[in-house]
Design a protein around this ligand. Structure first.
Ligand SMILES: [Zn+2]
Length: 215
C-alpha cells in the first residue's frame, strides 16, 4: 500500500506541473510555495469535456458556498476522483443541461482539488448565489462524518489562494449550500465544521436583494 501511495503522489505532482504550464491564467500571481500546499488538477488533468456554458463571474466574489456531493461517494485516489468529476460533468452537462459541471471546484477525500468551472466562470450550484460565489464541493456524503483532515486543509488552502489571486474578496462570507437553498447539503457534519471557521456567516443571505443591488 505504501508504495502505491508514493507513486500516486508523484503522478499528482506531475499533473500539477502540467496544469501550471497549460493553464497559466488559472494560477497566475500565486506564489509557488502556496501552490505546493495542495495538488490542483486542471480540467485537462481529469479529461473534462469542453464547457458549453461560460458566463463570467463578477470578481472578486463576496461569497464562498460549500457543498457535498452525497453521490458520487467519497473518493480516495486520483483515478476514483477523476472518475467522479467526469460522471458529475456528464450528469450536469448532458442530463441537467447545465452546460458543464456545476461546481467551480471539487475536492477529493484524499486532498486533491479539481478545477470545475474554475475561478472566472459562474457555476450552477446554489441558485441566486451562483452570481456571487465560488462553489466548492467536497466529494462524498458528509452528513454523519467529516471529510478527512487532508481534504479540509485543501479546502482552506484553495479559498486562501482564491483570495490571494483576487478571485474571492478578502472579507468573503463562507456559507453552506443550505443557507442559500432548501437542501441538506453540505451535510450536518460538514456544516457544523465550517460554521466554526473565521469567515463563516450565520443566517440566510437574501441573494435576490444582493443581485438587485450589484447589477
Ligand atoms: Zn450543494
Amino acid at each position: 500500500m505504501a508504495s502505491s501511495q508514493v507513486s500516486c503522489v508523484y503522478v499528482i505532482v506531475l499533473l500539477l506541473n502540467f496544469s501550471v504550464s497549460v493553464f497559466p491564467g488559472v494560477v497566475k500571481e500565486v506564489a509557488t510555495s502556496d501552490l505546493n500546499d495542495f495538488p490542483l488538477i486542471s480540467r485537462d488533468g481529469w479529461h473534462a469535456e469542453p464547457s458549453a456554458n461560460q458566463k463570467l463571474l463578477k470578481l472578486p466574489t463576496p461569497y464562498v458556498v460549500i457543498h457535498h456531493t452525497y453521490i458520487p461517494k467519497a473518493c480516495y485516489s486520483f483515478e476514483e476522483c477523476a472518475n467522479a468529476m467526469r460522471s458529475m460533468q456528464r450528469y450536469h452537462k448532458s442530463s441537467l443541461k447545465w452546460g458543464d459541471i456545476g461546481y467551480n471546484f471539487c475536492i477529493g477525500a484524499e486532498g486533491t482539488a479539481f478545477e470545475g468551472r474554475g475561478w472566472d466562470y459562474k457555476g450552477v450550484h446554489a441558485g441566486r448565489a451562483n452570481n456571487h460565489s465560488i462553489g466548492i464541493c467536497m466529494i462524498g456524503d458528509w452528513r454523519e462524518k467529516l471529510p478527512p483532515k487532508k481534504s479540509m486543509d485543501t479546502l482552506k488552502a484553495l479559498i486562501k489562494i482564491g483570495v490571494q489571486m483576487g478571485k474571492i474578496r478578502e472579507d468573503y462570507k463562507l456559507i453552506g449550500h443550505m443557507q442559500a437553498m432548501s437542501t441538506e447539503c453540505p451535510g450536518t457534519a460538514l456544516m457544523a465544521e465550517i460554521s466554526t471557521w473565521k469567515n463563516f456567516a450565520q443566517g440566510k443571505p437574501d441573494f435576490a436583494q444582493i443581485s438587485s443591488i450589484s447589477n
